[in-house]
Design a protein around this ligand. Structure first.
Ligand code: ATP
Ligand code: MG
Length: 555
């Protein structure tokens, strides 16, 4: 593969590159076909990056298609959320936005064509009989008694199915393929069923709906899709996909290729299970920052670039595997380290009075917004007699490996000289209620072993920090026994709310902006709840090796 392709090669890139090189397709056309029955999750992001990303790489196009042939659980709320999330991820379908439901009339015509070709028939077996006739993979099934009914009779019955003459489930349209095939999907699969459920787009215009296996290849063929990429569970459906497009004579036919789903540790991904979390009130909604949904990750402060980089790093294979959530967090940190502005905030505050700094004196310390990116400029942070420092940064009885503040010890104050702890104050309960210290300017160049962050108490703004952690306690939820609900393994400490203090600049954060609280972690101003007077921050991710990265996590 040419080195101009971004990212590592994988089998799908190779297949497409070979098709292009051999002139088998003039323009690469892919599609992303979500069912609008829930919000997109990080697993979908893998498919989005692959579908849109490869089309873009090869100068082709990717269609966004609402796979809405199943009327029971779909809604416009989901359609809009899906569009929003794909745009946020950085992809665009241009004018190629489609609804499967818009093809119902054409699909119906294709079904009639199959009947006329003697390749489909209306069957009157009940659901139970149909299952029994179908048999098991190791033994051939039995042919339906309706299999060889005259074409005219099937055409008539099919029209009357559409007209609503028969009750739900009483008749169905089946393809006539091979009742002895070892692949059960080829044993005269159902193409249309009767279902009186109003559809969110077509209302009650239709009482028959095509099955996924019939609809999907047709949609791909109608749109001129060249490479239809889907997850491995559809591999066994591929012979049926090919049968549909070939029997109906689409030329060139779209081709389906399967890749392994993304699965992540410590979370669930199926929309059904995510919906159960929302409905049961275990999370605050689809966009709860603990959810593996794209809107949840956006609210938590994950940059879309980090998600794209993660998907690229995970790669595309044919083997099912479980990806560590730490890999995702690594990519989040990697992007934020470059892009997030630095601020100082204290989540578990301990007061320290600097005896030699006069009451009311203010010094403005100049600090870089982002040492990784000088273009972000500098800001001024007020410094005064009373500071908030992180409670964890002081230890009364320091063990040998504790180098931060202790009685009689000196540490550096980030950007503001040195402090030596000279005294400890206690409340009536005997607990430490504050410290006293002496300040020394930076010019003294004292040798110290630690630097701590701080906030001037006279200028500090109150902040609320929502400390998010894993939603589940179990690493591999797919390995749970059938009868063990993931809900039994929710992490009771997945959210803790603490109140602390931040430097005044925090009041100017834009909702949705992610900052690094120095030495503590990355925090995103909540896109819903952050406003003047309520500075609400979501912890995006901790810093990898900070001694106070878990600040506030203690009870
Ligand atoms: P879920 O099982 O989570 O409900 P789904 O497969 O039913 O997902 P769809 O809306 O049908 O959801 O998915 C749209 C596309 O996204 C499909 O092509 C599907 O193969 C792909 N997709 C869904 N989940 C994953 C995943 N975990 N990893 C990679 N691709 C996925
Ligand atoms: Mg699906």
């Amino acid at each position: 593969m040419s080195s101009s392709q971004p990212g590592a090669s994988h089998f799908i890139r190779e297949i497409i590159a070979a098709d292009v090189a051999a002139g088998r397709c003039r323009e690469v056309v892919t599609r992303f076909p979500p069912e609008p029955n829930g919000y997109l999750h990080i697993g979908h992001a893998k498919a989005v990056c692959l579908d849109f990303g490869t089309a873009r790489e090869f100068g082709g196009r990717c269609h966004l298609r609402m796979d809405d042939t199943n009327p029971t659980k779909e809604s416009m709320e989901y359609v809009e959320a899906i569009q929003r999330d794909i745009r946020w991820l950085g992809f665009d379908w241009g004018k190629h936005f489609y609804y499967s439901a818009d093809y119902f009339e054409r699909m119906y015509e294709c079904a009639r064509q199959l009947i006329r070709m003697g390749k489909a028939y209306v069957c009157e077996l009940s659901q139970e009989e149909w299952k029994e006739y179908r048999g098991v993979p190791t033994r051939p099934g039995r042919e339906s008694p309706w299999r060889n009914r005259p074409v005219e009779e099937s055409l008539d019955l099919f029209a009357r199915m559409r007209a609503g003459e028969f009750p739900d489930g009483s008749l169905c349209l089946r393809a006539k393929i091979d009742m002895a095939s070892p692949n059960l999907h080829l044993r005269d699969p159902v193409l249309y069923r009767i279902l009186r459920v109003p559809h969110y787009r077509t209302g009650d215009r239709w009482v028959i709906y095509p099955t996924y296996d019939f609809a999907h290849p047709l949609e791909d063929a109608f749109e001129g899709v060249t490479h239809s990429l889907c997850t491995l569970e559809f591999e066994v459906h591929r012979p049926l996909y090919d049968w549909v497009v070939q029997t109906l004579g689409f030329d060139p036919p779209p081709r389906q290729y399967e890749f392994a789903r993304l699965e992540l540790t410590y979370t669930v991904m199926s929309k059904r299970k995510l919906l159960a979390l929302v409905r049961g009130g275990y999370v605050a909604g689809w966009d709860d920052p603990r959810m593996p949904t794209l809107c949840g990750m956006r609210r938590r402060g994950y940059p879309p670039e980090a998600i794209r980089n993660f998907c690229e790093a995970v790669g595309v294979t044919k083997y099912e595997s479980l990806t560590e959530v730490e890999l995702l967090e690594h990519h989040v940190r990697e992007v934020l380290n470059r892009t997030a502005q630095r601020r100082m905030a204290v989540l578990e505050p301990l007061r320290i009075e600097l005896e030699n700094v006069p009451e009311g004196d203010v010094a403005w310390v100049e600090a870089p917004n982002n040492p990784e990116n000088p273009a972000d400029g500098m800001r001024h942070v007020p410094f005064g007699r009373t500071l908030w420092i992180e409670r964890d940064d002081f230890c009364e009885d320091p063990p040998a490996d504790f180098f931060r503040l202790a009685l009689g010890r000196t540490v550096r104050l980030r950007g503001a000289g040195y402090v030596t702890c000279t005294g400890v104050e206690r409340g009536p309960d005997g607990q430490i209620s504050g410290l006293r210290g002496r300040w020394a300017p930076m010019t003294e160049r004292i040798k110290v072993r630690a630097t701590i962050h701080w906030v001037s108490a006279a200028h500090a703004v109150p902040i609320e920090a929502r400390l998010y952690d894993r939603l589940f306690n179990v690493r591999d939820l797919s390995a749970l026994p059938e009868d063990d609900d993931p809900l039994n393994h929710l992490n009771p400490d997945s959210l803790r709310v603490v109140r602390g203090w931040g430097e005044p600049a925090l009041a100017d954060t834009r909702p949705g902006e992610t900052l690094q609280f120095e030495r503590v972690g990355y925090f995103c101003a909540d896109e819903r709840d952050f406003r003047p007077g309520a500075l609400v921050f979501n912890r995006t991710v901790t810093l990898k090796d900070s001694p106070v990265a878990r600040a506030g996590d203690r009870r």
